[in-house]
Design a protein around this ligand. Structure first.
Ligand code: SF4
Length: 85
C-alpha cells in the first residue's frame, strides 16, 4: 500500500498528508511535555517552540529540562496489568 500524500496542484511534487508529517527529534523530551510545546513549520524545517523558556527554541534534542512536566498519562484499566497483580 502506498503512503497517503497531498498534492497542491498538478505541477507540485506530492507531499505527505498532514497527519503523516514526522516530528523532528523523536527522542526529545518536549514531545512528552505538558508545557505544551508548539510546532512551527517552515518550508524546509519544523521547530519545537517552548512556551516556558525565555529563548523559546531550545537546542534539540532536549534530553533533560528542569521545567519538564509529563503530559497526563492515559489511565489504564486495572485488568490491563500483564502481571495479573
Ligand atoms: S519545558 Fe522543557 S521539556 Fe517542556 S517543552 Fe519546554 S524545553 Fe521542552
Amino acid at each position: 500500500m502506498s503512503p497517503e500524500v497531498e498534492k497542491e496542484d498538478g505541477d507540485s511534487p506530492p507531499r505527505p498528508a498532514k497527519h503523516e508529517v514526522l516530528l523532528p527529534f523523536p527522542g526529545s523530551l518536549c514531545h512528552r511535555c505538558a508545557a505544551p510545546p508548539s510546532y512551527v513549520a517552515t518550508r524546509t524545517s519544523i521547530y519545537i517552540r517552548c512556551p516556558l523558556l525565555p529563548n523559546k527554541y531550545p537546542p534539540q534534542p532536549v534530553v533533560t529540562c528542569r521545567l519538564f512536566r509529563p503530559k497526563e498519562a492515559v489511565p489504564q484499566h486495572p485488568r490491563a496489568d500483564p502481571s495479573g497483580a
